[in-house]
Write a protein that binds this ligand. Structure first.
Ligand SMILES: [Zn+2]
Length: 318
């Protein structure tokens, strides 16, 4: 009987300890989405909570330091206008972390057939996804990211960090960071809108000659990968939000996110604007102050593309 009582006591003590420890851990709210889906808008809206520090797309941090990859339009500077290593915020964060092995981007083969199939059927999706993130290089990256998140928490003194890196596999990988809790927001958007917006952006940048159908199919595949990751992480730590609902009823959607992840409610902003932010990457339009409203400029395009429109509707439903 005596042993039994000790056992119960130890059991409760362990539970309380675990509870306190989990409470104290920094929480990273990671936004999963395709490109051109409003992730910068959501990131900016979340940054208005006093409990949150938003850092933009952390996966792009190394690229911004080296001035490589996406970011040329703003010369890979922090949103404060300074190069990352000269920015007062990031230079503090990176002190003692930045070295020759510094890497912030998880790498994976987008068109991995196995991954694609598994995300459609859910058979073996767990082991396939784990295989993708468990490479030697990715494991090292996870360790670096863990240190960066910790430093972000210490320097900002915030309990929540928002990372809008978008990449679903990166999201799954950071669930392996030992010192943080990870919550995921999957921001979806009508695939027809995503396709139109990608094509428009590529045309402006003269970067890609992908056709509309190919772009729509690619966007659908990407959605399936996001879905597989969300399933893998589980309902408790994930929430799905649509861009359309966010732009039309921002307060309602922010309230849903706050309730789900234990944040205090706060007033939704009317404008998307940067205020003393030190964010990495994001949509090129983020430097202008803009009223928050749904962008429906894609709809006219589909009046001339009936088949694509129909296929897009089917893909949306799947
Ligand atoms: Zn800065």
């Amino acid at each position: 009987m005596y042993y039994k009582e000790i056992y119960i006591l130890v059991y409760f003590a362990a539970n309380i300890f675990e509870h306190l420890y989990m409470q104290e851990k920094l929480t990273v709210i990671y936004i999963i989405s395709d490109r051109r889906s409003g992730s910068t808008l959501l990131e900016n809206m979340l940054s208005k909570s006093r409990e949150i520090l938003s850092v933009g797309e952390l996966a792009m941090l190394k690229g911004h330091i080296y001035k490589e990859g996406p970011g040329e339009l703003w010369n890979w500077n922090c949103s404060c206008g300074k190069p990352v290593m000269q920015c007062e915020f990031w230079s503090k964060v990176l002190k003692g972390i930045y070295d020759d092995n510094f890497e912030t981007k998880i790498t994976w083969q987008y068109k991995s057939v196995q991954l694609l199939l598994s995300s459609f059927t859910s058979i073996n999706s767990k082991s396939t996804l784990q295989k993708l993130i468990n490479t030697k290089r990715n494991k090292q990256t996870v360790q670096v990211l863990n240190e960066v998140y910790k430093a972000l928490g210490n320097i900002s003194d915030k309990k929540f960090i928002v990372d809008s890196s978008k990449d679903p596999i990166q999201a799954l990988a950071i669930t392996k960071c030992v010192d943080i809790n990870v919550k995921l927001i999957w921001l979806t958007r009508d695939l027809r809108a995503i396709t139109f917006s990608k094509l428009k952006r590529w045309k402006q940048n003269k970067r890609s000659d992908k056709k509309p159908l190919e772009t729509l199919i690619d966007s659908f595949r990407y959605k399936k990968v996001c879905n597989a990751v969300i399933k893998n992480v589980g309902e408790k730590n994930t929430i799905k939000i649509s861009y359309e609902a966010l732009a039309e009823k921002p307060q309602q959607q922010l309230d849903n996110i706050c309730a789900k992840f234990g944040l205090a409610d706060y007033q939704a902003p009317e404008y998307m604007e940067l205020n003393n932010d030190h964010t990495i990457a994001g949509t090129p339009g983020r430097f202008e102050k803009k009223v928050i409203a749904a962008d429906n400029s894609w709809k006219d395009f589909y009046k001339q593309h009936a088949m694509l429109n129909a296929l897009g509707k089917v893909f949306n439903a799947l």
